[in-house]
Design a protein around this ligand. Structure first.
Ligand code: AMP
Ligand code: MN
Length: 199
């Protein structure tokens, strides 16, 4: 993946199809009070998906801003990939966190959205995800991101970050974990450093 340049929404929308394709993806998360093995705090449930290509990514896809608004396209993609549990969910322009343009491997403008849900809402999505049109096709399954690091220093978030991600999904995930303080800064930095050595 080539270098991705950050853009404002106005700048991003000036990059027109068909020369530029636009993709919208969303990170959905909820506060999660549980503890793993009764002791390790889970803190938040952050959703990602195992894609058809064996890489991890966020839910969403290509949107043609000539046909629909970016968000209309994104909400349609979310319904296809996550199923009827997202029927009452509406991701809006206000949920947009960043726009990035990259020229390689193809010219894509990536619009990235973040939305906080209640845990019950997130669980309702998980419960019905196998009913999604794309389940078993473009989407091989939902995953929650482990936000903790186990005592061996690798298990949990560092091992998760050592997976292969689509596009800039790994950077998007780390950025959100940092800026929304879903993982304490020192723990996140350590996890990223451990993962870097394993890649
Ligand atoms: P999709 O239809 O979901 O495969 O998305 C269209 C394209 O967006 C992908 O083929 C990737 O090249 C690109 N993309 C960029 N960032 C991401 C991301 N965070 N998650 C998923 N796809 C991404
Ligand atoms: Mn997709």
């Amino acid at each position: 993946m080539g270098e991705a340049a950050a853009l404002s929404r106005a700048e991003a929308l000036r990059l027109r199809p068909p020369e530029w394709k636009h993709a919208c993806h969303a990170l959905l998360y909820a506060p999660c009070p549980g503890r793993l093995f009764g002791k390790i705090p889970l803190r938040f449930a952050v959703l990602m998906q195992m894609r058809f290509d064996g890489r991890l990514g966020f839910h969403g896809g290509f949107v043609d801003p000539r046909d629909t608004s970016l968000e209309e396209g994104l909400n349609r993609e979310l319904l296809e990939e996550l199923g009827p549990g997202v029927a009452s969910l509406l991701v809006t322009e206000n949920d947009c966190l960043s726009c990035h343009a990259s020229e390689r491997p193809q010219r894509v403008v990536e619009h990235f959205y973040v939305k906080q849900l209640r845990l019950e809402e997130l669980q309702a999505i998980e419960d019905r995800a196998t009913q999604a049109k794309d389940h078993g096709l473009e989407v091989m399954g939902l995953v929650r991101v482990p936000l903790y690091t186990l005592r061996d220093g690798t298990g949990g978030l560092p091992a998760f970050l050592s997976n292969t991600f689509i596009g800039n999904a790994r950077e998007q995930l780390i950025y959100v974990l940092d800026t929304l303080q879903l993982v304490p800064k020192d723990q996140l930095q350590k996890a990223v450093a451990v993962a870097q050595k394993r890649l």
